[in-house]
Design a protein around this ligand. Structure first.
Ligand SMILES: [Zn+2]
Length: 359
């Protein structure tokens, strides 16, 4: 049966490019558990008006509220809406019947990242820390391609990443959680010390340090593929702290903006880099109190969003066509942007999101 399946898969024609993509570098940013509801409609009044979740309503209203949802979302995500949505594409606006979902049944971080990296939902990858097979990981695959050896780097706030990426057997540079930040400038080495002192919502390091580490690495080593996973949105949401969830979402947008500005100032990247931004899972919303959580028991927490911008991406803004997209498509999309056809050995990966790189 297995042999038959493999034959069947190999008979499926592979896609081909009408022209080679202009993209030479890809930056993938994943914002842990950041809901599509905030991305497309800004801060949520139902949560701002509940003292159990929002401690400083006046402050939050002043910074993030407007009656017009278009102004509101821009206040929360200025880079996403003023730059990415203008120059690129946004998927997963369910208000317009455009759907983006996880393809795994667990709706949690580990399986979410696993499908982003492998292109399929492995039923064995549940909440357990089972390794995502390196032979089926798009970052390992790209790191083996000519010209890309040693040019793939992962920076993550989450302590799941060493297991997720099977670091002991990986040639990809992986810097996660409490890993040393001691490279780059002397000023930056000080951050390594600060890492132990900074207050944070979980035992994981703050996103800001993950971001600084990635930024310094880009300056020093100029990776062709950078995978940046920020995590504080999920941590604050689990705490039921909507004030800080919003502040963090805003800060993450700022970090991506600064990273993009840096990249556009370096010749290797300028106008040759595609930026993909997404999340690993959604959170509850139908039952409002469930915004703090996600998982198989929370039906709507598999709903996600995807943003893309780069030299091969048509500036289309919000995708309004009825359609459905999956996180798992990002593995083959990332490879395809660089001209590679990524095929895991034992599973069939989902096809790329062709509209991201075909003008
Ligand atoms: Zn979580």
């Amino acid at each position: 049966m297995k042999f038959y399946c493999l034959l069947l898969f190999s008979a499926i024609p592979t896609f081909s490019f009408s022209q080679k993509p202009k993209t030479e570098n890809v930056v993938v940013v994943v914002l842990d558990g950041l809901r599509w509801q905030e991305v497309f409609a800004g801060a949520d009044s139902a949560l701002i008006n509940r003292p159990a979740f929002t401690k400083s309503k006046a402050k939050i209203d002043k910074k993030f509220w407007d009656n017009d949802f278009k102004v509101r979302r821009e206040k929360l995500f200025p880079f996403l809406w003023k730059t990415v949505a203008k120059q690129g594409q946004m998927y997963g606006n369910r208000y317009l019947q455009n759907f983006a979902d996880v393809s795994n049944p667990f709706q949690m971080t580990y399986p979410g990242f696993s499908e982003i990296l492998t292109g399929y939902a492995d039923p064995a990858i549940s909440s357990n820390r089972l390794v995502t097979s390196k032979s089926q990981n798009v970052l390992e695959f790209i790191n083996k391609q000519k010209g890309y050896e040693g040019k793939v780097a992962v920076f993550a706030t989450s302590d799941l990443f060493p297991a997720l990426m099977d670091r002991d057997n990986s040639k990809v540079y992986i810097n996660a959680d409490s890993d040393s930040l001691a490279f780059g400038s002397a000023e930056f080495r000080l951050l390594n010390e600060m890492q132990r002192l900074t207050s944070k919502p979980t035992t994981e390091r703050p996103d800001l340090l993950t971001y600084f580490a990635a930024r310094e690495y880009v300056k020093a080593f100029q990776p062709k593929v950078l995978f940046l996973a920020l995590g504080e949105t999920d941590a604050f949401a689990h705490d039921g702290n909507y004030d800080q969830y919003l502040h963090t979402a805003y800060a993450q947008d700022k970090m991506i903006s600064e990273l993009w500005n840096l990249i556009q100032s370096i010749p290797q990247y300028k106008n040759k880099t595609t930026l993909l931004i997404t999340c690993d899972h959604g959170r509850g919303d139908i039952i409002k109190n469930q915004w703090t959580s996600h998982g198989p028991q929370i039906k709507d927490s598999g709903q996600v969003w995807i943003a893309a911008m780069g030299p091969d991406t048509k500036p289309q803004g919000i995708f309004i066509e009825k359609g459905r997209y999956y996180l798992a498509q990002l593995a083959t999309t990332t490879a395809a942007l660089l001209g590679f056809d990524f095929k895991p050995e034992t599973h069939q990966a989902m096809t790329p999101i062709f509209s991201i790189f075909r003008k």
